[in-house]
Design a protein. Sequence first.
Length: 118
Amino acid sequence: EVQLVESGGGMVQPGGSLRLSCAASGFTFSTYDMSWVRQAPGKEVEWISSIATGGPSTFYAASVKGRFTISRDNDKNTVSLQMNSLKPEDTAVYYCRAVHITTQTVNWGQGTQVTVSS
C-alpha cells in the first residue's frame, strides 16, 4: 500500500521554526521527485518546494525561498521541509507529494496543519 505520512506540523509564533517530515512506504521512493505543497483556507493549492530524485537539485517558490529548505533521505524514504522565519501567511495545510520521474504517477499525503500566530 502506497503511503505518505506527514508529521511535524503545529502552532508557532511569527519568526519561529518548524520542521515537517514525510515518511514514504509502498513504492520505490528513489524514483520519485518529491514536493511540498500547501493550501490555506479559501485559497488554491500552492506549490512551495521540490527536490529531484537523487538530490541535490532543489526548487522553491518565491514566497518561501531563503526561509524554507527541502531535503530527502533515500535510505530512510523521507523528505523534510525545514521552515524558518515563519510568517502568518505561511498558515496552511502542508502536503507531501510524490511524482514518478517517468510515469508521472502522483501520490499524496494526508496533510499536516501549520499555524503561525501570535
